[in-house]
Design a binder for this molecule. Structure first.
Ligand SMILES: C[S@@+](CC[C@H](N)C(=O)[O-])C[C@H]1O[C@@H](n2cnc3c(N)ncnc32)[C@H](O)[C@@H]1O
Length: 391
């Protein structure tokens, strides 16, 4: 029986390509598609993500290395249902045992649009019960999965057709497993990564994160400069799947480890006016052995002179406190204007990244600026990239 299951997993899960969907922040689909292309995977951008086809081990690698994807879903089933009976039938006839570990109780996420079955909680309950029953039938001796990696199933219904995906990532991919500290309004790692890519950051140039907060920009820059995969410090849900092959995974990690570089000199400088934020970031950098890449000091941005840390222009990245998240609208405008004035007076020739709320894209910076709009937490925001002109 076990051998038969193994054979089926090999044939239906490991031995063929599947459809995947890399979920991104709306606005960063194309940059994520570019990352997939670099992995040899051709993607098709749609709103909020990129569809691509891949074998299982390629999806492992995508999880480990994509910097701008928030989650990678594997589409495994689709069916039409207009009544709970047909939904339950379709769910219980599907071979879940090939995809999810025995004993698991997956968390269901359901959305519907123009479906006769539209009670998402009821759909989730029925699907969960059918999945659990099928898994128990397939492997009645399985222990309960309390200690296993949590599994999630996403169900999206449109016009009575339901597409079912399993989540290969687990926790959102912007959670890199690096930070244990929190801050006032931390930037998502995937947004910082996309901004760095838009600015053409390679790790060769000096990099300044002078309102670093939790250090998202600095840490993302460090991963890039060291060629360290963003998922290096974390686990993924696929590690609990029956089709997971630890040897293959170890091989992928060994290959990635060969590319990780030890940096000779600091090129990434993080600072903040808040001493506690600096202390926590410094501790995090030591714990993750990123000390070769990043140094942290407590400093007011308006007193910091980049010539104190580097003698050549590089890239400076800022997301000053703004809008609804910190302070009010006029404070936000004043802060951006003061930040721009400081950049003009002290950072001529530097490339900059500035995250601004929508409507604030016109920047007096003395040179053309490129805007990359995206949506974050319901707010419309833009990554602004340009080179600072001299005053
Ligand atoms: C929106 S948060 C930045 C979040 C950060 N990018 C992150 O991912 O955690 C703004 C940060 O700017 C810092 N800040 C505000 N005024 C500053 C100043 N004059 N000089 C340096 N840092 C300042 C705050 O302490 C806060 O940590």
């Amino acid at each position: 029986m076990l051998q038969t299951l193994e054979k089926r997993i090999k044939r239906h899960v490991i031995g063929r390509a599947h459809d995947f969907f890399a979920v991104t922040v709306p606005g960063f689909e194309a940059i994520c598609a570019g990352e997939l292309t670099a992995l040899g995977l051709n993607g098709r951008t749609v709103f909020g993500g990129v569809e691509f086809s891949a074998r299982l081990h390629e999806a492992y690698r995508a999880n480990l290395t994509l910097r701008t994807a928030n989650r990678i879903l594997m589409r495994i089933h689709s069916f039409r249902a207009i009544a709970f009976r047909s939904l339950e039938k379709a769910a219980s006839q599907f071979p879940w045992e090939l995809f999810l570990p025995a004993g698991t109780t997956p968390k269901l996420h359901v959305t519907t649009h123009h479906c006769r079955l539209h009670h998402t909680d009821a759909i989730a309950d029925r699907m969960a019960a059918s999945i659990q029953e099928r898994l128990e039938r397939a492997n009645p001796a399985a222990p309960s999965a309390a200690s296993m990696l949590a599994q999630q199933v996403f169900v999206r219904g449109t016009d009575d057709r339901f597409v079912v995906s399993i989540d290969s990532s687990g926790q959102n991919l912007y959670l890199r497993g690096i930070k244990t500290h929190s801050g006032k309004a931390p930037l998502r790692e995937t947004i910082a990564a996309a901004a760095l890519m838009h600015a053409g950051y390679t790790g060769a140039q000096p990099f300044l994160d002078p309102m670093c907060g939790t250090g998202t920009f600095a840490l993302e820059a460090a991963l890039t400069a060291k060629s360290m995969p963003p998922g290096w410090f974390r686990d993924f849900a696929f590690m609990g799947w029956p089709g997971f092959r630890a040897k293959r995974w170890d091989y992928l990690r060994r290959k990635a480890a060969e590319g990780i570089q030890e940096l000779g000199t600091h090129k990434i400088f993080a600072s903040d006016i808040d001493p506690e934020a600096c202390r926590q970031l410094d501790e995090c950098i030591r714990r993750c052995t990123l000390t070769d890449a990043v140094s942290v000091v407590c400093r007011d941005f308006f007193e910091l002179d980049p010539r104190d840390v580097t003698d050549r222009p590089g890239l400076v990245a800022l997301n000053p406190p703004y809008g609804r998240r910190i302070g009010n609208e006029s404070e936000s405008r004043e802060r951006i204007d003061a930040t721009l004035a400081r950049l003009r007076s002290h950072y001529a020739g530097w490339k900059f990244i500035l995250i601004v709320p929508a409507g604030r894209e016109r920047l007096e910076i003395g040179a053309p600026v490129q805007a990359y709009p995206f949506t974050h937490g319901g707010l419309k925001v833009s990554v602004m990239v340009g080179i600072i002109g001299s005053v």
